[in-house]
Design a protein around this ligand. Structure first.
Ligand SMILES: Cc1cc2nc3c(=O)[nH]c(=O)nc-3n(C[C@H](O)[C@H](O)[C@H](O)COP(=O)(O)O)c2cc1C
Length: 197
């Protein structure tokens, strides 16, 4: 069975990105994937301490909920990640997870000595984000971080759903077309993974 992780990066349980991701999860399940949902605000996860304990074996040495994520992402063929825009980048919850994956970066580039950007990538990812304002560059910072993060996970950024002008919890419910796009993006991710298997 195809395993896909869905990571909720907003501190709000029923915020805009969570509502969108939930729809994407429904789409991916409809398409036949086994989707596990991970709510970052429920986890106990330290920020990266930059002690490079990972240099020995390519595995983070901080014993907290990241360990479980580490095992799960390696067994997954896809990731659907949702984060609100906070100060022009991803939320702190999301950034903590990303930084902890430095251990995977270390394994890949320092231990296994795989050159940067070496493909083809074996996983596929979807990124969902929402910001309150409408600026042209609203998602630039987050996208740069996400592209680099996905590269570490051997993951192609299949699609990103980026929506502006929503601030309050549930604002996204006013835009049924966005919810539909999220559902379709979930389905599409699974179809794309299946195609390249
Ligand atoms: C700490 C914080 C920082 C934020 N920074 C930005 C920002 O830089 N640009 C922006 O357009 N919206 C910003 N927002 C607004 C959120 O992106 C917006 O409310 C979004 O809809 C929240 O998504 P969520 O409901 O999924 O958490 C910020 C909100 C918070 C709480």
């Amino acid at each position: 069975m195809m395993k896909v992780l869905a990571v909720y990066g907003s501190p709000r349980r029923k915020g805009n990105t969570s509502i969108l991701l939930k729809r994407a999860v429904e789409g991916a399940r409809q398409a036949g994937a086994e989707v596990e949902e991970i709510v970052l605000r429920d986890l106990r996860m330290s920020p990266c301490l930059e002690i490079y304990g990972c240099k020995k074996k390519g595995r983070c040495v901080i014993q907290d909920d990241f360990q479980d994520f580490h095992d799960k992402i390696l067994k997954s063929e896809g990731l659907m990640l949702a984060s609100p825009i906070f100060f022009y980048t991803v939320s702190a919850h999301t950034k903590i997870l990303i930084d902890r994956c430095q251990s995977l970066w270390v394994k890949k580039h320092w231990i296994d000595r795989i050159p940067m950007g070496a493909g083809p990538f074996k996983r596929k990812g979807l990124f969902i984000s929402v910001g309150a304002t409408k600026g042209k560059k609203l998602f630039d910072g987050a996208l740069l971080t996400i592209r680099y993060f996905f590269e570490v996970l051997d993951m192609e950024l299949r699609n990103s759903l980026l929506y502006r002008g929503m601030d309050f919890e549930g604002d996204v419910l006013k835009y049924p077309q966005y919810l539909e796009e999220a559902y379709e993006a979930g389905k599409d991710l699974v179809a794309a993974i299946r195609e390249t298997r």
